[in-house]
Design a protein around this ligand. Structure first.
Ligand code: NDP
Length: 306
């Protein structure tokens, strides 16, 4: 029986995950399809129940469902529990297990960015959404001693800090208001700067004016694109990296969880690059015209015409 893996999001059309996962199944001789399911929040609980059927290997979960899925699965891994977000579901018989492979994906991205240098201990994170939660948990467990989170809506950053209260009890995790003078002061004290906002995803905006970025920072943008933020940071003398490694390695970890096999990393990376060349920038997938039209429709196989 052909097995099914589904990406559940809203919207999910043109997903980068679809490009790399189907190619990986085919390459490894795994008889499985990777399908894109655009499901509105109201349909989420029924959608998750459907995964208990024998033909499903598991799922990816993306915006806006990563947090809502948490109470709908039977068991959470440590990373899913700690972040309060699930991006991958596997099966134990009919039971559903929630994982967060964004965390190991971020760790690989951070390691590559730091390279041979000593792992820094101070970081500034811009954003407080699901991506930021994986980043902050990755930094806490990597041994960072001071992490400052800036967010447009301060209460969300405060909620994130509160959420990690216990796991961050040994270090300083702070939420700060989004004011340029405060960001500038914190950037002068840090070594790592991560953009986990979606600013720059759909246009050429940047979260921080280039003149505020000091030289020699290690700068990561979760967006899979050479954003203005990264161009400005590089011009300021920083070492920069985009979201490719995080995206690739969260996908590779999910592939291994579903199949028990090592992921064909080179192939997956090539497929990502092809999708990017085709204009897709979002880890999550972007609407193709009227995204709502697909909501109630039949599942769409990755790569198939909409
Ligand atoms: P969320 O929707 O959960 O969070 C979005 C974040 O961006 C919030 O902090 C939000 O602030 C902020 N934001 C959005 N627009 C603005 C704006 N105009 N001004 C200021 N702040 C803004 O999304 P995710 O956390 O899941 O994703 C964030 C980014 O990270 C996306 O670009 C996504 O593609 C990328 N990502 C990449 C991954 C990878 O593997 N490379 C993995 C996960 C995410 P507020 O709370 O104030 O609204």
């Amino acid at each position: 029986m052909t097995k099914r893996v589904v990406l559940i999001g809203h919207p999910v059309a043109h997903s980068l995950s679809g490009a790399m996962q189907q190619a990986a199944f085919d390459d490894q001789g795994i008889d499985a399809t990777y399908e894109l399911w655009d499901r509105a929040p109201i349909a989420l609980a029924d959608t998750i129940e459907e995964l208990r059927g024998d033909d499903y290997l598991g799922a990816n979960v993306t915006i806006p469902h990563k947090e809502r899925v948490v109470p709908l699965v039977d068991r959470l891994t440590e990373e899913a529990h700690a972040t309060g977000a699930v991006n991958t579901i596997t099966k134990e018989g009919k039971r559903l297990v929630g994982h967060n492979t964004d965390v190991p994906g971020f760790r690989v991205a951070l390691d590559r960015l730091v390279g041979k240098q000593k792992m820094p201990r101070h970081a500034v994170v811009l954003g407080a959404g699901g991506g930021a939660r994986a980043v902050v948990y990755g930094l806490i467990t990597e041994g960072f001693q001071r992490v400052v989170v800036f967010n447009r809506h301060l209460h969300r950053a405060e909620g994130l800090v509160k959420h990690f209260g216990r796991s961050a009890s040994h270090m300083e995790l702070r939420a700060m208001p989004w004011h340029e003078s405060i960001i500038e002061a914190e950037l002068a004290k840090t070594k790592v700067l991560v953009n986990a906002t979606s600013i720059g995803l759909a246009d050429d905006q940047t979260p921080v004016p280039g003149e505020l970025i000091p030289p020699e920072l290690l700068v990561l943008d979760l967006i899979y694109s050479r954003t203005r933020f990264l161009r400005d940071a590089e011009a300021a003398g920083c070492t920069v990296s985009d979201g490719e490694q995080m995206l690739l390695h969260q996908g590779a970890a999910a592939f291994t969880l579903w199949t028990g096999k090592p992921a064909p990393l080179e192939l997956m990376q090539r497929k990502l690059k092809e999708a990017r060349a085709g204009g897709v920038r979002s880890a999550e997938g972007e609407p193709a015209g009227d995204a709502s039209a697909a909501t109630e429709g039949a599942p769409t196989r990755a790569g198939a015409p909409e």
